[in-house]
Design a protein around this ligand. Structure first.
Ligand SMILES: [Zn+2]
Length: 81
């Protein structure tokens, strides 16, 4: 059984992959590694299962609202175009 259907944008095959994902809301960014996703082999579009989105949302609130210690903290440079 395939975990993901074909890509809704290009019809390409979507393969199950673990990725590092930048979960960002407004000015706050949480980098989450080992996220189970479906990634389109053709266009790279990412697909998330609802339970995965929910877990990422929980992790975001754990760190930013409940002040849980993250595993690591990265320094992120920013520039204007
Ligand atoms: Zn695609």
């Amino acid at each position: 059984m395939k975990d993901f259907g074909d890509c809704t944008f290009c019809g390409g095959e979507v393969e199950a992959k673990q990725i590092e994902y930048d979960y960002r809301r407004m000015e706050r960014l949480l980098v989450i590694s080992n996220v189970p996703t479906g990634v389109c082999r053709q266009c790279g579009e990412k697909y998330f299962k609802p339970e995965v989105l929910k877990r990422m949302d929980q992790a975001y609130h754990d760190v930013f609202d409940r002040h849980q210690e993250p595993e690591r903290v990265l320094e992120v440079p920013a520039v204007s175009f």
